[in-house]
Design a protein around this ligand. Structure first.
Ligand SMILES: Cc1cc2nc3c(=O)[nH]c(=O)nc-3n(C[C@H](O)[C@H](O)[C@H](O)COP(=O)(O)OP(=O)(O)OC[C@H]3O[C@@H](n4cnc5c(N)ncnc54)[C@H](O)[C@@H]3O)c2cc1C
Length: 424
């Protein structure tokens, strides 16, 4: 085999870049290989192209925002956490700023400044980087990891290999799910893959008819309901109606619960609900509507209630409540006003799935965390093999949580792969 290394890191996303840097800092001979022509392609488009590099909420909150096995990260966070990520980047000369919900971005607002800082650090540490270099497989000799085979047939030997190839979402950034068969060969279980942080589809007539297409609702409560009508999850954020269903931050967060509900209860449709005025209860909304229409009984109801909700949504809910928007306020019966209050608080509609995994921001499922050492990211069944980032069965909401998980697990995988290589 050509070119001996202590550690080979496969994949140059946030987890692989961090793993290669951590291994490089131990003076090990490190190789980072990526199939793409550039490193950090997904990182560069995260956070709307500004790179949402981490999140500053307390650790317990970070864990809550990683509904896919976030608790597994407690051990890792005790060694390297979000504050360490912030300090790490500031040391590299990337000043960060905090935005809403604790989200941290480079002060430059340029994702490329984050990627460049990581690349500069790799160079300073003499980490060898090969791009346009897909790995075909990992070599397991007997019962230990001994290197990789490249797509062109070339072999590279190493004492430890870090698998940082990401999930299966947005494959044009290089993440095409290559790591799962390798993990299985090493004796790992792959938890079923599914799309998360993904727009939700609906076959409702008002969606097919594009009645609300393009309408954004601000700071509304969006829920996924169980078959018994109880909320399985609720997120209060913005949402958007699209030509195929619903999207926007609140819906993206709910999407994995749509997938899980369909699977758990073997459903073809799941009910979602929108609470357009989450800080008031239904009775308070009804009282406000009653008060409002009395202020000018001759005015049409649509003009009188205009300020209450975005106009298109108001007209839509008026129609659903059997109220003609042109009716003078004095002619609106009480029971219809009650119905309107009900729709404002919990307008329900059916959804029938999500866009496919390729279109999702994040891949749910992956290499089962039960077979990974939580403090080192080492494979339990295969000595010398390490995993980090989205290839693992760890998935968070957007908001810097996935990148935090990738950087933290990457740091541990790189450090411990290098330590393993030194010992052996
Ligand atoms: C549009 C978009 C926006 C996002 N916004 C956010 C956000 O705001 N907050 C958040 O927390 N998360 C966000 N995410 C998710 C986040 O970017 C990912 O979770 C994160 O990049 C995963 O890092 P990773 O290192 O595990 O894998 P990736 O970033 O996917 O990197 C994997 C790398 O491995 C390489 N590779 C794959 N197979 C091979 C192979 N066989 N040989 C060699 N190299 C290979 C790929 O080329 C790629 O460079 C967003 C994702 C997308 C798509």
């Amino acid at each position: 085999m050509q070119n001996d290394y202590d550690v080979i890191v496969i994949g140059g996303g946030p987890s692989g870049l961090m793993a290669a840097i951590a291994a490089g800092e131990t003076n090990s001979r490190v190789l980072l290989v990526d199939k793409g022509n550039k490193l950090g392609r997904k990182l560069a488009i995260s956070g709307g192209g500004r790179c949402n590099v981490t999140n500053r909420l307390p650790i317990d909150e970070i864990v809550k925002n990683i509904p896919g096995n976030g608790r597994f990260l407690y051990s890792a966070f005790s060694i390297f956490n979000n504050e360490d990520i912030i300090a790490f980047f500031e040391k590299l000369g990337v000043a960060l700023k905090e935005e809403d919900h604790g989200r941290m971005f480079p002060a430059s607002n340029r994702a490329q400044s984050v990627v460049d800082a990581l690349l500069d650090r790799l160079e300073a540490l003499n980490v060898k980087v090969l791009t346009n270099c897909p790995v075909r497989q990992i070599i397991f000799d007997g019962n230990r990891t001994s290197g990789v085979v490249l797509e062109n047939g070339g072999k590279m030997a190493a004492k430890a290999v870090v698998t940082a190839v990401g999930g299966k979402s947005v494959p044009q950034t290089g993440s095409t799910g290559d790591g799962y068969p390798w993990a299985e060969q090493a004796g790992h279980t792959i938890s079923e893959l599914f799309p998360t942080e993904v727009p939700v589809t609906s076959d409702e007539a008002f969606i097919r008819g594009k009645t609300l297409q393009g309408l954004a609702l601000r700071n509304v409560g969006v829920s996924v309901l169980t078959p018994k009508g109880k909320p399985l999850i609720t997120h209060q954020m913005d949402m958007l109606f699209t030509h195929f269903g619903v999207s926007g931050p609140a819906v993206l967060r709910c999407s994995q619960f749509v997938v899980k509900a369909m699977k758990k209860w073997k459903l073809r449709n799941v009910v979602m609900a929108i609470d357009a005025i989450p800080d008031k209860n239904e009775e308070q909304v009804f009282q406000e509507l009653s008060r409002q229409i009395k202020t000018d009984p001759k005015k049409t109801v649509k003009n009188n209630l205009k300020g209450l909700l975005p106009e298109r949504y108001l007209l839509f809910l008026l129609e659903r409540s059997g109220i003609d928007g042109h009716t003078p306020c004095s002619n609106v019966p009480h029971e219809k006003l009650r119905m309107l209050a009900g729709h404002i608080k919990h307008f329900q509609f059916q959804v029938n799935g999500t866009l496919p995994l390729e279109k999702a921001f994040v891949t749910g499922g992956g290499v089962s965390i039960k077979e990974i050492e939580p403090k080192t990211m080492a494979s339990k069944p295969m000595p010398g093999l390490y995993f980090c980032g989205e290839v693992l069965d760890i998935y968070g909401y957007t908001g810097g949580y996935n990148i935090t998980a990738a950087l933290v697990t990457g740091r541990l995988a790189g450090l411990n792969a290098a330590a393993f290589a030194l010992e052996n």
